[in-house]
Design a protein around this ligand. Sequence first.
Ligand code: BJW
Length: 235
Amino acid sequence: MNLIREQQLILQSEKVVVFTGAGMSAESGVPTFRGKDGLWRGRRAEEIATPEFFASSPEEVLEFYRWRRELLKHVELHPGHVALGEWTKKRGSAVSVVTQNVDGLHQKSGCPEVIELHGSIWSEHCQRCQETVEETDAGLCSCGGRFRPSVVWFGESLPEKGWSRATDLMSNADLILVIGTSAVVYPAAGLVSLALKNGAHVLEVNPEPVLEDSAQTICGTAATVLPELLRSPQA
Ligand code: BJW
């Protein structure tokens, strides 16, 4: 894979945002939402990841998250995570990661700043009093409300602080690396248009690129492309 021009572009960029989706974790064995393994017991994310479904079938939803946490406890970082973790540490405050993923794998690989737009699967909050606990399967709160995963379901707002930081970063970046997202879920997907409108260069890594008109695309997977892309170009 010859990525010299892309490596140079990265080297010349002063403010970079890495924007990731489920495809980033796919090669660690975590199913994407809209890929072939994306259904859980025949249900799509649009059905199960909703407050309405939790209200009607809380045990089924909690089991879905239990299953995913159990899977995540046993996955390993792939070479793309490792390369991204090392590179972000090296570039320091010049790089931020904005992710739609709730799995915590960017943090595990050492990325210093990770903004989780859709929350985290590793904490829960009470539906009634909003108390947050760094605990999973917490059951009932002392106020009598039910704890639920602190993730963002359809129809819910994104965390205010994270969203504000993400829009700020996207508006001021000169390069956005978009990795492993179908870019169909809003408002997160709109961040790419925001960056483009503000003059950023967009480089997409995806085996099935989705941003072809507006971005430069590298057709390949995160684990194969990132170690090469984030290497310094050879003299
Ligand atoms: C690889 C790879 C490899 C594979 N390497 N790449 C019409 C227009 C605009 C908006 C709306 C609309 N109708 C409804 C809405 C709103 C709705 C929405 O966007 N719906 C769309 C489906 C149309 N959005 C919302 O409701 C959001 N909130 C909101 O808008 O609030 C305002 C509001 C308030 C009140 C009323 C109405 C609005 C909230 C969205 C929350 C999304 N939550 C989920 C679940 C999180 C919790 C959990 O994990 O359980 O977030 S859904 C799911 O989709 C998850 C993901 O973060 C998100 C995005 O998916 P992602 O990451 O892109 O994954 P995939 O599977 O789609 O794509 C994987 C990609 O990887 C593919 O491209 C592959 O090719 C690629 N790939 N292998 C690299 N190895």
